[in-house]
Design a protein around this ligand. Structure first.
Ligand code: NI
Length: 170
């Protein structure tokens, strides 16, 4: 069965919800995460959080094309490095917007996989970046919220202008 997933865009209230924990790790959940990983590849992204497909629950999928596909359900970031750095981020829910965001360079995270099995992961580089970006989605937060006020207004204005010009085209 193919799940039809649609990525919701900024302005949709579901992106602003504080998501609730995943309660059941059943076959439907597994199928959903698998469909999200497919969608992620198709959309040429590296991370996709449940609220981005309209589901306000605490899970996200990550594929940084390192040969692994990650499911993080009910994740807890248990440690972040003191060392921070910039990285240009984008988001499938704000197409065409890219901006440098400062974040810790390393994280330790505990989460459950698609089967509900608990795991711990220490990440750096792109993986650490994506985990933090996707975790923010579960708190109803978007990467543009981490920019200073003027920068945020600037990039969102440009985005809206493009949306109006480009209509509904992807
Ligand atoms: Ni995002």
């Amino acid at each position: 069965m193919d799940e039809i997933l649609e990525i919701v865009k900024i302005g949709d209230d579901v992106l602003r919800e504080k998501c609730t924990p995943v309660k059941e790790f059943d076959s439907a959940f597994k199928m959903l995460t698998s469909a999200m990983l497919d969608e992620l590849l198709e959309a040429d992204g590296v991370g996709l959080a449940a609220p981005q497909v309209g589901i306000p629950q605490r899970f996200f999928v990550v594929d940084i094309r390192d040969g692994k596909k990650y499911v993080f359900a009910n994740p807890e970031i248990i440690e972040t490095s003191i060392e921070e750095g910039p990285y240009e981020e984008g988001c499938l829910s704000i197409p065409g917007v890219y901006h440098e965001v400062i974040r810790p360079l390393k994280v330790k995270v505990q989460a459950r996989d698609e089967n509900g099995k608990l795991f711990n992961l220490s990440a750096d580089g792109l993986l650490a970046r994506v985990i933090q970006h996707e975790y923010d989605h579960l708190e109803g937060k978007l990467f543009v919220d981490r920019l200073d006020k003027e920068e945020k207004e600037k990039v969102l204005k440009a985005y809206e202008k493009r949306q109006k010009r480009g209509g509904r085209r992807k």
